[in-house]
Design a protein around this ligand. Structure first.
Ligand SMILES: Cc1cc2nc3c(=O)[nH]c(=O)nc-3n(C[C@H](O)[C@H](O)[C@H](O)COP(=O)(O)OP(=O)(O)OC[C@H]3O[C@@H](n4cnc5c(N)ncnc54)[C@H](O)[C@@H]3O)c2cc1C
Length: 441
């Protein structure tokens, strides 16, 4: 980096900045250059410094950590009490398992506790900072990075990485940096306004890596059906399935939200990647609106109500079990008149009612795409990465961590756990590589 192009160090007090700003970056050889200062990059940089590596952390944006701040409805679901490869989708789940086992959720809890952040447990095993603010997490990470002496440079987008034996040269507008190792933590394509615009994939591909096809994951789904859109704002627990050509592709239980454009909530977000990757717009989602009740038990309940209250309106019978507005919409879908009473229900109507309650087909017209996706499915192939240390099998000295890799978790803190685990492994790998280079020279 030439003097006129030098970037301001955001985290240092001004007195120290002055000293750093007079340095010419191109004359420094770093042990590791971490590209991307999101969850994975901050973790990789902190652990690299803890392991004694001279570390620079570069980010294309002026402000870092946007996803940490917006995550979990700004509360940041840091991890989950129980994390396994079953919570992820990947072409190489075994690699995901090994990475997670080497740095499990308990290590994440210990890591943040040591930084003064207590995590509190919520239903579904989700762990959040006790302050219920993602800012607590971002500040703890940036404070630790600063304390350890990570050189953070923002507003520096890396456009190229070249091997210039015995090190790498990273280039961008007006700067070039030399480093013995590189850790790519550039995220995927989800929520591109946060800085993850997919440029990391191009950097990986230029180094010879190939990708598992990417697609949005954990993104809302859209519908053209006005009847559903009218229920906007309504939320309830459901079981949701994606069945294609008589094959169940995926099934989730959880909260479901009607929106003014379609469907959202954890159950929908979880199933979205399966619907999108199926690439069949005709594929229908099937909803069970009474997930806690078996169909046979419901039939028996209806029979008992019919005996006890034969004049009860079907609408009221349903409204005791479901939000009233939804009950009315389901009756419309089953083509049952609003005033129908229980003992007037024909066999056909009864079966239609059972169908909309237990196997209601939702037609989906599309998805909200990467713009609203919490994570990217697909990415750098895990079989091209030595998973114990996240090192490229094609380019020794190049490492990967976080969302850029082919692993996407469901809702519940799993994607951050992947970032913490793979970030720590990559730092260990960088340390090992630097040691090997030292022995060779
Ligand atoms: C709305 C929302 C809510 C979420 N909630 C949760 C949650 O509660 N729990 C959970 O586990 N997960 C959640 N996630 C997912 C989680 O945020 C991501 O999985 C995680 O942040 C990925 O971390 P990362 O470091 O790999 O990538 P990112 O956080 O995307 O960071 C990548 C960084 O790299 C930088 N960059 C990109 N290209 C370059 C380049 N060429 N040069 C320099 N810098 C570059 C970007 O500016 C960015 O700062 C949520 C995501 C979203 C969008």
């Amino acid at each position: 980096m030439r003097a006129r192009d030098e970037k301001t160090v955001k985290m240092k007090p001004e007195s120290e900045q002055a000293e750093i700003m007079t340095q010419t970056e191109s004359s420094i050889l770093y042990d590791t250059a971490v590209v991307g200062a999101g969850a994975a990059g901050l973790t990789a940089a902190i652990h690299s410094r803890r392991l004694g590596l001279k570390t620079i952390l570069l980010d294309g944006r002026e402000k870092i950590g946007a996803k940490i701040l917006m995550s979990g409805g700004t509360r940041c679901n840091v991890t989950n009490q129980k994390v396994s490869e079953q919570d992820f989708q990947s072409e190489r789940r075994r690699s995901v398992r090994n990475v997670l086992r080497a740095y499990p959720a308990e290590r994440t809890e210990d890591f943040f506790r040591a930084l003064g952040v207590e995590l509190v447990l919520e239903p579904g095993g989700k762990l959040f900072p006790s302050t219920h603010s993602g800012r607590t997490i971002l500040e703890a990470l940036t404070r630790e990075a600063d304390f350890r002496g990570v050189r953070l440079v923002t507003g520096c987008k890396v456009d190229s990485i070249r091997r210039k034996e015995p090190f790498f040269e990273l280039g961008g507008k007006g700067f070039s940096i030399q480093s013995r190792t590189v850790i790519l933590c550039t995220g995927g394509l989800s929520f591109p306004t946060t800085g993850s615009d997919g440029s990391g994939y191009a950097l990986a591909q230029a180094m010879g890596h190939s990708l598992v096809e990417t697609s949005p994951s954990l993104t809302p789904l859209l519908t053209a059906d006005e009847a559903w859109k009218k229920l906007s704002g309504l939320t309830l627990p459901v079981r949701i399935s994606l069945v294609h050509e008589a094959l169940k592709i995926a099934e989730y239980e959880g909260s479901f939200l009607f929106t003014h454009t379609g469907f959202s909530g954890p159950a929908v977000l979880n199933i979205s990647r399966h619907w999108i990757r199926l690439k069949d717009p005709g594929a229908v989602l099937t909803i069970q609106f009474l997930p806690g009740i078996k169909e046979e038990a419901f039939r028996a309940e209806m029979g008992a109500s019919l005996c006890a209250h034969p004049k009860m309106k079907v609408k009221n019978f349903l409204a005791a079990r479901l939000p009233e507005k939804l009950a009315q919409t389901l009756l419309d879908k089953a083509e049952i008149p609003a005033e129908r009473i229980l003992n007037q229900l024909s066999k056909t109507e009864r079966e239609a009612l059972i169908r909309v309650l237990f196997r209601c087909g939702l037609s989906v017209s599309g998805s909200a795409g990467y713009a609203k996706a919490e994570v990217t499915a697909g990415g750098v192939r895990l079989d091209e990465v030595e998973e114990s240390v996240m090192e490229s099998k094609l380019q020794p000295g190049l490492f990967f961590a976080g969302e850029i890799l082919d692993a996407d978790g469901r809702i519940g803190g799993f994607n951050f756990q992947w970032a913490w685990s793979s970030g720590e492994a990559a730092a260990r790998g960088a340390r090992r590589r630097v040691d090997l280079l030292g022995k060779e020279s």
